[in-house]
Design a binder for this molecule. Structure first.
Ligand code: SF4
Length: 170
């Protein structure tokens, strides 16, 4: 049983209390616990996000857990091979609900540079295996991209955005 104690395996609660749900979602969004799980080069950018320069702790998501049973966020950062696919699904299933998935980088989104006719070992999108909540494009995306992905996920969980988006002037 995780942060959402009255949840079963689905994301839908058995009983809904609007105000309690709002408070729980605020707590969940501000204390995401990602799983320590990296697959390829994108994982290096994910690790950088935890370092002092980018400081993912500012968003309450800095506690990377070594067990799926203590995690509510899977950041798929790298190439998913067909050999790795069953393990990824098992890890996802071992995470308590409610849980979320971020597909970080083009490999996780669509197979990236490894998606070509005749390839035989890469899963062309992790959404073929598990439900994905946020997609972060790039090869690799920068740590700022992952932080923006976290903001998007928080927005999805709470329904409101914590920080305003910065508009591009060009
Ligand atoms: S998207 Fe690019 S950087 Fe990320 S794992 Fe694939 S090849 Fe590596």
């Amino acid at each position: 049983m995780g942060k959402g104690g009255f949840y079963l395996e689905t994301k839908d609660p058995i009983i809904k209390f609007a105000v309690v749900e709002k408070i729980l979602n605020l707590a969940r969004a501000n204390s995401l616990w990602p799983m320590t799980f990296g697959l390829a080069c994108c994982a290096i950018e994910m690790m950088s996000t935890a370092m002092a320069r980018f400081d993912i702790d500012r968003f309450g998501a800095g506690i990377f857990r070594a067990s799926p049973r203590q995690s509510d966020l899977m950041i798929v950062s790298g190439t998913v091979t067909k050999k790795m696919a069953p393990t990824l699904v098992t890890l996802y299933e071992q995470m308590p609900s409610p849980k979320w998935v971020i597909a970080m980088g083009n490999c996780a989104i669509s197979g990236g540079p490894f998606a070509f006719e005749g390839q035989y070992n890469v899963v062309e999108g992790v959404d073929l295996l598990v439900p994905v909540d946020v997609y972060i494009p790039g090869c690799p995306p920068r740590p700022e991209g992952l932080l923006e992905g976290l903001m998007k996920l928080e927005e999805k969980i709470t329904g409101t955005r914590r920080f305003p988006t910065v508009e591009q002037k060009w």
